[in-house]
Design a protein around this ligand. Structure first.
Ligand SMILES: NC(=O)c1ccc[n+]([C@@H]2O[C@H](COP(=O)([O-])OP(=O)(O)OC[C@H]3O[C@@H](n4cnc5c(N)ncnc54)[C@H](O)[C@@H]3O)[C@@H](O)[C@H]2O)c1
Length: 328
C-alpha cells in the first residue's frame, strides 16, 4: 500500500483515515464531492506533500477514472450514510451506494488497481433470520432487508465479490461497521442528542422507546482494524479473494444507557420524551450487535469501550460546535 485512493476523504471516517495513512508514510489521493464532507476536516492533510485532493463525484466515471491513476489501493468510503430518510428519496441509495460502487470498481479496472476496502454496514443484517438475540456472525443466513441503505450496501458488497471472483481484482475487503464514534463525528444519535441539549437542556426527544440496543466503535479502533487486515493481505489467500469482517465492540448499550452517559457527562437532567415503539424509524433495527470473533482472531481488538467512545465524541462536539452550522 503506497498510493491509496480514498473516496469520501472529507467525511468523518475518510478524513481520519487520510491522516492515519499520511502519518504512516503512504501517499493519498482524496476524492470527494463535499456533499456532507467538510474542508476543515482536511486542514492537516491539505498541508501534507503526499496528499492530493480531487473534487469530484462518484457518478462521474470518466473523472473518477482519471483521478485514480497511479493508485495501488482504494478505500471506498463515500456514500449516502443517512438511513432514516431513505424513503424521502428512494433513488439516492441506489445511485450513491450501488451505482457509485460499480463506478469505483470500473475505475479500478481501467487503472489496473487490484485491491479495495469497502465500508459496508451492520445494517445489511436487516432483520436477522437466525436467533435474533445473539451477536450476528458474518455467516448468518441472508436476512430480510429493512432499509434502502442496507439493501444498496448489500448490492455493493455483491459487486465486490463478483469483480473478485471474475478475476478483475485480487483482494476485496468488506467491513460491516456498527455505528462509529469519535472525532469529526457528524451524524448519529450522540450528534442529535447533543444538538437538542444545546438548544433546550431541559428536554430530550428520543426516537422509539429508548430500549433499542446498539453497538458502537471508536473511529481510531475502526481504522486500526481495517489497516491491520488489509496490510495482512488476508483476502489474497481467501478462496474467492473476498473477506468480510464485522467491526464492532464486544458490547452493546441500550439507547437509554447512552442517554444516561451523555446527560451525566454534560451535567443535565432533561425530561425524556419518547416517540414510542421499539424502532426509532422505518428500517431501524432494535438490536444491533455484531459477532467480532473473526476480526479479533486476526489479531485486532478495540482499545476503547462504548462509554469511552461516547465521551470522546462529546468532548469533540463541545470543542467543534461549528459542525452544527455546517451540517444544517
Ligand atoms: N459513521 C458510521 O457510523 C457508519 C456506520 C456504518 C457504515 N458507515 C459507512 O462508512 C462510510 C463513511 O461514513 P462517514 O460516517 O464518514 O460518512 P460521511 O457522510 O461523513 O462521509 C461520506 C463522504 O463521502 C462524500 N460523498 C458522498 N457522496 C459522494 C459522491 N457521490 N462522490 C464523491 N464523494 C461523495 C461526502 O461528501 C462525505 O465527505 C460510508 O460508506 C458509510 O455508509 C458509516
Amino acid at each position: 500500500m503506497h498510493h491509496v485512493f480514498v473516496t469520501g476523504v472529507a467525511g468523518f471516517i475518510g478524513s481520519n483515515l487520510a491522516d492515519r495513512l499520511l502519518a504512516d508514510g503512504v501517499s493519498v489521493t482524496g476524492w470527494d464531492n463535499l456533499s456532507t464532507g467538510q474542508e476543515r476536516f482536511m486542514e492537516g492533510a491539505l498541508k501534507h506533500p503526499r496528499f492530493r485532493l480531487v473534487r469530484g463525484d462518484n457518478l462521474d466515471l470518466p473523472a473518477l477514472t482519471a483521478a485514480m491513476k497511479g493508485a495501488d489501493f482504494v478505500f471506498h468510503l463515500a456514500a449516502n450514510a443517512d438511513i432514516k430518510d431513505g424513503w424521502q428519496h428512494p433513488r439516492k441509495d441506489l445511485e450513491q451506494n450501488t451505482i457509485a460502487t460499480f463506478n469505483v470498481l470500473e475505475a479500478m479496472r481501467a487503472n489496473g488497481v487490484k485491491r479495495i476496502a469497502f465500508s459496508s454496514t451492520g445494517s445489511v443484517y436487516g432483520e436477522a433470520l437466525v436467533t435474533p438475540e445473539r451477536p450476528t456472525p458474518e455467516t448468518d443466513l441472508f436476512p430480510i432487508q429493512t432499509s434502502l441503505y442496507g439493501a444498496s450496501k448489500t448490492a455493493g458488497e455483491g459487486l465486490l465479490g463478483a469483480y473478485a471472483e471474475g478475476g478483475q481484482i485480487d483482494e476485496a475487503y468488506i467491513f460491516r461497521f456498527v455505528s462509529i464514534l469519535g472525532e469529526r463525528y457528524t451524524h448519529g444519535h450522540v450528534f442529535d442528542f447533543y444538538k437538542q441539549l444545546l438548544e433546550h437542556p431541559d428536554r430530550l426527544r428520543v426516537l422509539g422507546d429508548g430500549t433499542q440496543r446498539k453497538s458502537y466503535l471508536y473511529v481510531q479502533d475502526c481504522l486500526d482494524a481495517m489497516l491491520h487486515v488489509t496490510r495482512g493481505h488476508t483476502a489474497r489467500e481467501a478462496k474467492h479473494h473476498t473477506q468480510v469482517y464485522n467491526l464492532g465492540t464486544p458490547e452493546f448499550v441500550q439507547v437509554n444507557d447512552s442517554i444516561a452517559h451523555i446527560c451525566a457527562s454534560l451535567g443535565v437532567t432533561p425530561k425524556l420524551e419518547y416517540t414510542g415503539g421499539n424502532r426509532g424509524w422505518i428500517g431501524d433495527n432494535p438490536f444491533i450487535f455484531l459477532d467480532t470473533k473473526k476480526i479479533q482472531s486476526a489479531g485486532w481488538k478495540p482499545k476503547l469501550t462504548i462509554k469511552q467512545g461516547i465521551e470522546r465524541t462529546l468532548r469533540w462536539l463541545e470543542a467543534n460546535r461549528w459542525v452544527y452550522e455546517a451540517r444544517r
